[in-house]
Design a protein around this ligand. Structure first.
Ligand code: KIV
Length: 270
């Protein structure tokens, strides 16, 4: 990669993610295009997630259900063109793996051809056969349990998961089934912190929390939430910048200068 990796680190591989369990915290963040992939990779994250959250934060949809495999391959390819040192993980969108094992393998293959170094799919033991088949086909898989936004209607909304003993037991069973099927990491979204701790202590692969507290082996956030470039920020996300404000102020300044005849100025033309 031109310029090398941030902080002198090497290219992040699946084995590095696995080796992190118990020794260092993993950092994952979403990116959906070439410049955002360059920026987050320069920040030195371990994994870039081309999340289907792009449907909401980039394409303006109300949920992730509208996101297609074509959307995901296009955005995955844009991220991959940045040649990140971080491991590139692409989300398998709604209905790209649910109908059958063969559909799942074909969809994962399309994402891998676009540049994904791993794929992520939502669900537990009910999709263990898809995970196993995709891994057998040569594409590493990240699991995703807890709040699974593609099941928003079945879950009756974006509600915190892992609130009862039974729910925690089910989360642990799902995580074990995913690990057994070959997943090398598991995202745990919007559960009680104790539930995420129980899962993390029950599996040998790293867990990555989003809105599930500090007890996972790593954390993931949606880029637009953390940089302040989204209209809505979930309560568990921390805003580290106000990019919406920066962009709005810069464009307002440009508009004022055009209207006042100040731009283009000397130096901007011959
Ligand atoms: O699509 C996404 O951004 C995700 C994260 C919320 C983990 O799946």
């Amino acid at each position: 990669m031109a310029g090398g990796c941030a902080g002198g680190r090497g290219k992040v591989r699946v084995r590095d993610v696995l080796a992190a369990k118990g020794s260092r915290r993993l950092v994952m963040v979403t990116a959906y295009d070439y410049p955002s992939a360059l920026a987050v990779d320069r920040a030195g994250v371990d994994m870039i997630l081309v999340g289907d959250s792009l449907g909401m934060v980039v394409l303006g949809y109300e949920s992730t259900l509208q996101v297609t495999l074509d959307d995901m391959t296009r955005h995955t390819a844009a991220v991959a063109r940045a040649r990140p040192c971080a491991l590139v993980v692409a989300d398998m969108p709604f209905m790209s793996y649910e109908p059958s094992v063969s559909k799942a393998v074909e969809s994962a293959g399309a994402l891998a051809r676009a540049g994904a170094e791993a794929v992520k799919l939502e669900g537990g033991s009910e999709y263990a056969d898809r995970v196993r088949a995709i891994v057998n086909a040569g594409v590493p898989v990240v699991g995703h349990i807890g709040l699974t936004p593609q099941r928003v209607h079945r879950l009756s909304g974006y509600r915190r998961q892992g609130k009862t003993e039974g729910e925690v037991r089910r989360l642990v069973e799902d995580a074990r089934a995913l690990e057994e099927a070959g997943a090398f990491a598991i995202v745990i979204e919007y559960t009680k912190a104790d539930a995420a701790r129980a899962v993390t202590e029950s599996v040998g692969v790293p867990t990555i929390c989003i809105g599930s507290g500090p007890h996972c082996d790593g954390q993931v956030l949606v880029l637009h939430d953390l940089i302040g470039f989204s209209e809505f920020t979930p309560p568990f996300a921390k805003r580290y910048a106000d990019v919406m404000g920066v962009v709005t102020r810069a464009v307002a300044e440009y508009a004022r200068e055009v209207r006042e005849g100040l731009f283009p100025g000397p130096g901007h033309y011959k």
